[in-house]
Design a protein around this ligand. Structure first.
Ligand SMILES: Nc1ncnc2c1ncn2[C@@H]1O[C@H](COP(=O)(O)OP(=O)(O)O)[C@@H](O)[C@H]1O
Ligand SMILES: [Mg+2]
Length: 576
């Protein structure tokens, strides 16, 4: 448990993300300090030159300051190049690590979590939040480090030349702290509101894209645009209130530091005039330049405050996912190395949080058996299938695979022996071959050919590029029947012990369905198969038909038995 905690600790993650780059980070810091040194070295040069003038010194006294200035400026050019390379490496590497951690986490989170949260939100986190963190680190490193080096450099030079003025420098620190506290308290909630509104908008835009055809077909463009516009108006409102706060902070920090600078100038002048402390003209110039330098650098460090607060919020957004507890726990459980294909439901209850969906269900499925589930929509067929896959966990009772409670086995290994053909198969951008072989390395041409033929997907061989033909996003360039046949080939090539078809042919026209059904029959031959089907014609040949109603089994038997029994199945049969 503590080990898990540690792995999930976001700060640890951020730090471990930077760990391999620690060397570069150190190089970046040193290079930056060198690069920035002219800022506080040049005022010393100026003050020395002024004092040399005022005191009418020998021209040779100018050689040292001139040399110092030239060296500092040349070093700047070199150090800058080193700094940019080293720091960019460290930040980009952290970004890549964060994205990897997020993707890994999203894969560990339960299907239930993904059902609750929008895919677009996950996408926003992986893309935008990581970018915000990179931006924060990139933009803040320079100004913040610069403010510190100037504070230290100016402090040292002042200590050497006019130590009496050192306490004045110390004033900048509490002032900066106060301002930062104000900022944290005021803009934290606004940043969060803004980020949530952007997430909302992302999920609406995503929804708009996936509903495009339905929207057009029903002439609902305006409604659809409205839904996006509503959220984008929220983004506008949240953004404006954030901008106002950031603006107020900018003004507040600028004017307080300006006041401090002026105070220092007049103070130094008064001290010099009164003769209280022996302080030269050069010293007054030095102090005043240091103060405006310091003020300027603190102000510009504060100018990136909006980027920093946004980055902090993005970090929180990422942490939200990294700490989400609804994960599928597989670690340390027994790995499955072979499967016969027996599935048992023992007194299984399930609900999604609003009433029983599966109610005390008992069912034993023998290896190699084909069981069809029929019943009205919402009777719990898909839920049952998801319980068998371990996507959902029973509230009560147990689900066993080959006699082992799925709670006790590593489902990631068990699922290697299971294939699923869903109602709407998703193909990714890539060739047909890549899509069919998805996740299996080194698929031979023979195996691929067999799978395609057995899936009745011979249309592939008529394509000009055969199985190297690319398919678009979501398989847009293929018909529904073609897509489904590729999905069946994908299921088949894995030679699974258990096959699950959840309304795999429901979206197809009867003719295509008959063809796909033909492929399915071949597929079910010697493996355990769970078929969920609407059309009863597709379940006739199953070894057993289970009729579900409101999460309970009301009938079970072969087609002939049930047809003769005159129960629910017979009634459904008569309706079709
Ligand atoms: N993700 C979910 N969250 C809440 N309720 C759900 C969810 N999925 C399904 N349900 C509910 O559970 C019941 C069974 O759904 P489901 O198993 O999908 O039925 P079927 O596949 O038989 O049509 C339905 O009442 C449905 O509204
Ligand atoms: Mg369903």
């Amino acid at each position: 448990m503590t080990r898990l905690r540690q792995e999930l600790d976001p700060d640890r993650l951020l730090r471990s993300g930077l760990r391999p780059a620690r060397g570069r980070l150190a190089v970046a810091v040193v290079a930056f300090i060198v690069k920035d040194s002219p800022l506080w070295i040049l005022p010393i040069v100026t003050a020395t030159v002024i004092d040399a003038l005022v005191e009418q010194r020998d021209p040779s006294s100018l050689v040292a300051p001139a040399g110092l200035a030239v060296v500092a400026i040349l070093a700047n050019v070199l150090a800058n190049a080193v700094y940019v390379r080293a720091y960019s490496y460290a930040v980009r590497q952290l970004g890549a690590r964060l994205r990897e951690a997020l993707a890994t986490r999203l894969q560990e989170l339960s299907i239930g979590y993904h059902a609750r949260s929008s895919a677009a939100v996950a996408q926003t986190k992986v893309v935008r939040d990581v970018e915000n963190i990179e931006l924060m680190l990139q933009q803040s490193f320079g100004p913040v480090l610069s403010a510190f080096t100037i504070l230290i450099g100016a402090g040292i030079a002042t200590a050497l030349r006019v130590p009496e003025f050192l306490p004045v420098f110390a004033l900048t620190v509490p002032l900066a702290t106060g301002l930062i506290l104000w900022l944290r308290r005021r803009t934290g909630p606004s940043n969060e509101a803004f980020r949530r509104s952007v997430e909302q908008m992302s999920s609406r835009v995503n929804e708009m894209s996936s509903l495009l055809e339905v929207t057009r077909a029903h002439g609902l463009e305006a409604v659809s645009v409205r839904r996006v516009v509503d959220t984008s108006n929220d983004v506008q409102r949240a953004g404006m209130s954030l901008d106002r706060l950031n603006g107020r902070f900018g003004a507040l920090s600028w004017s307080s530091y300006q006041l401090l600078t002026l105070g220092c100038l007049f103070g130094a002048a008064l001290v010099s005039m009164s003769g209280l402390i022996p302080i030269s003209v050069g010293d007054v110039v030095l102090l005043s330049s240091y103060f405006s330098l310091l003020t300027g650098s603190i102000s510009s460090a504060f100018q990136i405050a909006p980027i920093v607060t946004k980055g902090i919020e993005s970090r929180r957004s990422i942490v939200e996912v990294l700490l989400e507890p609804d994960v599928e726990r597989n670690g340390g459980k027994r790995e499955v190395s072979a499967a016969r294909g027996a599935i048992d439901f023992v007194g299984v209850d399930f609900d999604y949080g609003s009433g029983r969906v599966i109610d005390g269900l008992d069912l034993s499925i023998a290896p190699g058996e084909t069981v069809a589930f029929v019943g009205p929509s919402g009777s719990g067929k898909s839920t049952l299938v998801n319980l068998a896959l371990g996507f959902l966990r029973p509230v009560d009772g147990r689900v066993l695979i080959d006699g082992a409670d799925i709670e006790s086995i590593d489902m990631r290994t068990a699922r290697r022996f299971i294939s699923v053909v869903p109602q709407e198969s998703v193909l990714f951008r890539g060739s047909i071959r890549e899509n069919v072989a998805y996740g299996i390395e080194d698929v031979s041409d023979e195996l691929l050919t067999d799978a395609l033929l057995n899936a009745n997907a011979d249309f592939v061989f008529d394509l000009p590029d055969g199985w190297d033909t690319p398919v678009g996003d979501r398989g847009a360039q293929l018909s529904g029947g073609q897509r489904q046949r590729l999905a069946i080939a994908r299921a088949l090539i894995r030679d699974p012990a258990i096959l699950i078809l959840d309304e795999a042919t429901a979206a197809l026209d009867p003719e295509t369905q008959a063809e796909v059904q033909d492929a399915i029959d071949r597929l079910t031959a010697d493996r355990t198969t769970l078929v969920v089907a609407h059309r009863l014609s597709t379940v006739r040949r199953a070894d057993r038909i289970v009729v579900l109603e409101a999460g309970s089994i009301v009938e079970s038997g072969s087609h002939d038995e049930l047809a003769a029994a005159g129960g629910t199945y017979a009634r459904l049969l008569a309706q079709q």
